[in-house]
Design a protein around this ligand. Structure first.
Ligand code: HEM
Length: 245
C-alpha cells in the first residue's frame, strides 16, 4: 500500500522536446490533423510524385506515358483539389502558424532534438516557396501538361536551362526529403507507434535511410533530364507526339 509520504512526493516532470507533444486544449484536433495530413495525403502524394518523375530515368517515352496516365484519371480536377492542393495548403499554413507561435529553444538546449525541431520548420518553409515556384512554372504557366503530356519532358528540360533553377530543384529535393523523413519519425513518436528511446533510435535510422533514398531518386531523376538531348515541347496527346521514344 502506498504511504502518504510517497503520494505527496513532488513529481518531477522532465522537460521534453516540444514536437513530441501533439498539441493540447483547443489546438489538439487541428494539431493532430496537421500531423496526419503530413502523411495522408501529403506524404503519399510526395512518394507518388518522386516515383512518377523517376520514370524520366527510362526516357521521354516512359515519362510521357506516366504523365498521360496521371492526367487521364477521372475527376482529375477534384482529385487534385481535395487530395493535393487543399491538404498541402492546410499543412503549410498551419505549419507556419505552429512555427510562429511555438518557441524554438535551440540556443538554450543545443542537443540533436532541438536542431531537428528547427530544421523541420526551415525545410518546411523552403519547401513551401519551392512548391509555389515549381507549380507555377510547370503546372499553371506555359504549355498545359494535362492536355499535352507529350510536352512534359521538354518542359522540365526547359526549366533546367538556367543553373539557378537546377540549384533550386536540388534544394527542393533536399528539403522535401529531409522534411518528410524526419516527419515520419515525428509522426511515429507522436501517435505512439514508437514508444521508448530504443524504438525511436532504431526508427531514426530507418527514416534516415528513407530520406537518403528520396535524395538519390530525386538526384537520378534530375540527371536524366539534364543528360537527355533537349526534347521539343510537343503539343499533342501523348507518346505518339514524341520525337524520341
Ligand atoms: C512536401 C510537402 C510536405 C510534406 C510531405 C510534409 C510532411 C510532414 C510530416 C510527415 C510531418 C510530421 C507530422 C507530425 O508532426 O507529426 C510534418 C511536420 C511539420 N511540417 Fe510538414 N510537410 C510538407 C510541407 C510543409 C510545409 C510547406 C510547411 C510549412 C512551414 C510544413 C511545416 C511543418 C511543421 C512546422 C511540422 C512540425 C510540426 C510539429 O513540430 O508539431 N510542412 N510535415
Amino acid at each position: 500500500m502506498a504511504s502518504t509520504a510517497s503520494l505527496s512526493a513532488p513529481v518531477e516532470i522532465r522537460r521534453g522536446v516540444p514536437p513530441l507533444r501533439a498539441g493540447k486544449g483547443h489546438s489538439f484536433l487541428l494539431r493532430r490533423l496537421h500531423s496526419l495530413s503530413g502523411i495522408v495525403p501529403v506524404g503519399l502524394f510526395l512518394i507518388e510524385h518522386f516515383v512518377s518523375n523517376a520514370f524520366a530515368t527510362r526516357g521521354p517515352g516512359a515519362y510521357t506515358k506516366q504523365v498521360e496516365l496521371l492526367s487521364g484519371f477521372p475527376f482529375v480536377f477534384y482529385l487534385e483539389l481535395f487530395g493535393i492542393w487543399l491538404p498541402i495548403l492546410y499543412h503549410a499554413l498551419y505549419g507556419f502558424y505552429i512555427w510562429y507561435w511555438g518557441e524554438s529553444n535551440v540556443t538554450d538546449y543545443p542537443w540533436a532534438g532541438n536542431f531537428m525541431f528547427t530544421a523541420q520548420r526551415w525545410t518546411g518553409g523552403v519547401a513551401f516557396f519551392y512548391m509555389v515556384w515549381h507549380t507555377w512554372h510547370l503546372r499553371f504557366s506555359g504549355v498545359h501538361l494535362l492536355t499535352n503530356p507529350g510536352a512534359a519532358f521538354g518542359k522540365v528540360q526547359n526549366e533546367f536551362q538556367h543553373p539557378w533553377a537546377v540549384a533550386f530543384y536540388a534544394v527542393g529535393i533536399l528539403c522535401t526529403s529531409w522534411h518528410f523523413a524526419y516527419g515520419l519519425w515525428l509522426f511515429a513518436a507522436k501517435w505512439g507507434i514508437t514508444t521508448g528511446d530504443g524504438a525511436r533510435r532504431k526508427f531514426g535510422y530507418i527514416c534516415f535511410a528513407i530520406g537518403l533514398l528520396f535524395v538519390v531518386i530525386g538526384g537520378l531523376t534530375m540527371l536524366s533530364f539534364l543528360k537527355t538531348p533537349l526534347q521539343p515541347m510537343n503539343v499533342g496527346s501523348g507518346v505518339e507526339s514524341l520525337a524520341v521514344r
